[in-house]
Design a protein around this ligand. Structure first.
Ligand SMILES: Cc1ncc(COP(=O)(O)O)c(C=O)c1O
Length: 493
């Protein structure tokens, strides 16, 4: 049979617009979500259970549309765990892990769960000082005492990975340490020798745990670094909502159970997770996993191509740099502006006005996030708008000043947990220098603390925080975000 025009007719299966790639056959939570929401939209449900919106949109409007809890919607409260376990099992197999849980509370929750999964209060752990604030609060929750290791410095001034030798030295001088916690890739996409770190940790008899929040796509194309589990880590947390097409807050916690106890991992995970996980979020993690399993290589190939093209275009703009080369995750674009003299916040404002918000902007840096959801049109357009904005704000080249998040040299006076619960008082900024911080203070993004509970508030830290704020940076988690006052541990009388 031929169509008019002589082309052979192709028998096409009807595409389900709600599941255009046909992922549901390999995604039990997605399948359940599609079934439930179809029934709800058809008005076939009169739920006498939470959520309180009862699938109506005539009260608070469309904002609750598509919301379906895991328990009681995706399946009965008595059976939903079976579906969830099936979906988590499929993810564990895809990442080569023995254990996997889906979190609806981001890598924030995953980091805290993993901190609660090792050792006991008072024990030491080796931790990168380039850590996200969520892991620092994990140390508070778990009562673990950090032995800080500092990352190397990339020639741009941004943080590189922690050297394996640095971790080996820390393990040798702290033989009681019960785990190594690293972040890889870093917020700026720098990556290190995770296999070497795994060897170092395992030779010392402890697990390697990796915050891979930005790296859910790693390992799915030969042009990308392997993911942390493949490199030998014992556990990793990754945000499905960052690198994959999943709902905001969706994250995966994955582990191998040779050095970590699966029952303890479960207890730690449940300790701080909601009892009412959003089925919509968990189903979207399941769908993203099914997509990666089937089309991951092709989608990552496109992402690699798009990132390479954007890198090349941006590197051709006078004065503009892009982090590149060995030790940089190839799909991460970190655009360096100092040589072009443009202020990152002004460039960001133009991008927002053009409907293109980016992940991070400070005076000297712009970090857009490219994912497997981007295509040529989007990335080409973004790159041109970015170049035009840089040209509009071009100025005299200047020396870059790295965010204080990257330059902090902590002086720990008390372990984080002790400081968190210690009596504290509020003092003026000038009186704060030399005192012990009771609070965590971090420019956000990137959310790496400049001050952590228990650390001495140094004049350098104060000056760097003020400078970041004066350049338009957001200072988060401080009780007084104007930095006029600080919360410090009450001095002994
Ligand atoms: C390195 C790192 N870890 C953890 C997190 C927390 O991730 P989430 O927003 O998924 O809770 C972030 C957030 O940006 C991060 O940058």
């Amino acid at each position: 049979m031929t169509q008019a025009g002589g082309r052979p007719a192709v028998a096409t299966e009807a595409v389900d617009p709600r599941d255009p790639r046909g992922l549901r056959s390999d995604a039990p939570l997605l399948d359940a979500w599609l079934r439930f929401t179809e029934q709800a939209q058809a008005g076939l449900m009169t739920p006498m259970a939470v959520p309180g919106h009862k699938q109506r949109q005539d009260l608070t409007g469309a904002v609750t549309g598509g919301d379906a809890p895991l328990y009681g919607a995706l399946d009965t409260i008595k059976h939903a765990d079976v579906l969830l376990a099936d979906a988590e099992d499929r993810a564990a197999r895809l990442w080569g892990a023995d254990w996997c849980r889906f979190s609806v509370a981001g890598s924030t929750h995953g980091n805290q769960a993993l901190a609660l999964a090792v050792g006991s209060p008072g024990q030491e752990v080796i931790v990168t000082r380039c850590l996200h604030r969520s892991l620092l609060l994990g140390l508070v929750l778990a009562g673990l005492r950090p032995v800080w290791v500092q990352p190397e410095r990339h020639p741009s001034g941004l943080p590189a990975a922690v050297a394996v030798g640095t971790v080996r030295e820390a393990l040798a001088s702290h033989p009681g340490a019960c785990a190594v916690f690293l972040g890889d890739p870093s917020y700026v996409g720098t990556t290190g020798d995770l296999a070497g770190h795994a060897r170092a940790a395992h030779e010392a008899g402890v697990p390697l745990i990796v915050d891979a929040a930005w790296a859910a796509h790693l390992g799915f194309h030969p042009g990308l670094p392997p993911h942390a589990i493949a490199a030998g880590a014992d556990a990793m947390v990754t945000s499905a909502h960052k690198a994959l097409p999943a709902y905001t807050q969706g994250a995966l916690v994955l582990a191998r159970t040779g050095r970590l106890d699966p029952a303890r991992l479960d207890r730690a995970f449940e300790a701080t997770h909601t009892t009412s996980p959003a089925g919509t979020i968990t189903a979207s993690i399941d769908a993203a996993r099914a997509l990666l399993a089937r089309d991951g290589t092709a989608l990552c190939a496109r992402l690699l191509r798009l990132a390479a093209a954007a890198r090349q275009r941006l590197a051709g703009v006078p004065g503009v740099g892009v982090l590149d080369g060995a030790g940089v995750e190839p799909t991460k674009l970190v655009v360096l502006l100092a040589g072009a003299g443009a202020h990152g916040n002004a460039v960001e404002a133009d991008l927002i006005a053009a409907g293109m918000p980016v992940e991070m902007a400070d005076r000297d840096t712009i970090i857009p996030i490219l994912t497997i959801a981007d295509d040529e049109t989007a990335v080409d357009r973004f790159t041109e708008v970015l170049v035009a904005a840089i040209e509009r704000h071009r100025g005299a080249p200047r020396r870059p000043v790295p965010s204080p998040a990257w330059t902090v040299t902590p002086q720990m006076a008390l372990p984080p947990r002790e400081a968190f619960f210690a009596p504290n008082e509020t003092v003026g900024a000038d009186a704060a220098a030399g005192r012990i911080s009771a609070e965590l203070v971090a420019p956000y993004p990137p959310g790496v603390p400049v001050l952590a509970p228990g650390e001495i508030i140094t004049a350098e830290a104060l000056a760097a925080l003020r400078a970041a704020q004066a350049e338009g940076g957001r200072i988060a988690y401080a009780a007084d975000p104007t930095l006029a006052t600080f919360q410090v541990i009450t001095a002994a009388r």
